[in-house]
Design a protein around this ligand. Sequence first.
Ligand SMILES: Cc1cc2nc3c(=O)[nH]c(=O)nc-3n(C[C@H](O)[C@H](O)[C@H](O)COP(=O)(O)OP(=O)(O)OC[C@H]3O[C@@H](n4cnc5c(N)ncnc54)[C@H](O)[C@@H]3O)c2cc1C
Length: 307
Amino acid sequence: MNLDLAYRSFVLEVAGNPQVERLIRTRARGLVRRYVAGETLEEALRAAESLEKEGIHAILDLLGEMVRTEEEARGFQRGLLELVWALAEKPWPRYVSLKLTQLGLDLSEALALSLLREVLREAEPRGVFVRLDMEDSPRVEATLRIYKALREEGFSQVGIVLQSYLYRTEKDLLDLLPYRPNLRLVKGAYREPQEVAFQDKRLIDAEYLHLGKLALREGLYVAFATHDPRMIREVRRYTEAMGIPRERFEFQFLYGVRPEEQKRLAQEGYVVRAYVPYGTHWYPYLTRRIAERPENLFLVLRSLLGG
Ligand SMILES: Cc1cc2nc3c(=O)[nH]c(=O)nc-3n(C[C@H](O)[C@H](O)[C@H](O)COP(=O)(O)OP(=O)(O)OC[C@H]3O[C@@H](n4cnc5c(N)ncnc54)[C@H](O)[C@@H]3O)c2cc1C
């Protein structure tokens, strides 16, 4: 395992400790403000509005995952419906991301499917696109099954995510081709064992570009969700060399990450979206951001030491 991956594993492990969680919740407010748009829908919509002024479109994400009761899942579904209805009033592109474990996937696949179907029934007629985030490897199979089931039912404004760190992903991509998916490609944010995932960053990066180019060659619409300047540069070079128009792909960033690069790309005429997370359940999201970037751990440590 190389250093990057060892660091990520360490952070995700330590962050699960309840005492560490208590400390971060109370002392890492600055980091939370940087990565999370706010705790309410109104704050998230205000952040989206500011992004729109810069030519960047928002992907609204009501934070929440791995719920343990049906009541909680239904609570999140209500929150998602409120988000869809609020977006329907807005003049900008309407776009939501959600996690299936937020809708009860760990309780029952049928429950998650039916709650999501109800969300899509409200979203599609209002022109709201719904992206299913991809979670950790034990949930990949069910997520793909639910995505395919919904496409077979006729829903079209729904997209999937694939992660380049998983060995299985090229096969998943090929299996998805008949569905002509709107694809978001990421490297992957979870701690995964070597039985299922590449541990070497160079291999994950190479796979990222390989899968992205394959998807583009197959004619799919691809959202390249990465902050990595090398990935972005190569996607730009490749699409230009192959004459792939800018309507066929976009770049996605997380809120608060490389905002200047987001603006620059938008000014150059690329479609750019920023993932705008909001809500009170921000802890797991924040720990993944710390795990991706050692500088964030230093910020947390500094605030814990009162700096
Ligand atoms: C819009 C969006 C949606 C996502 N959805 C999912 C999902 O559904 N499932 C999932 O598993 N993962 C998701 N991810 C997370 C993703 O899998 C990666 O964990 C995350 O993007 C880090 O990988 P990277 O490609 O950005 O860069 P890395 O490989 O982590 O880093 C490469 C380089 O990118 C730059 N960089 C990276 N992060 C930062 C930063 N915070 N600030 C400044 N520079 C930085 C640095 O130059 C760094 O050296 C999503 C990411 C984005 C942007």
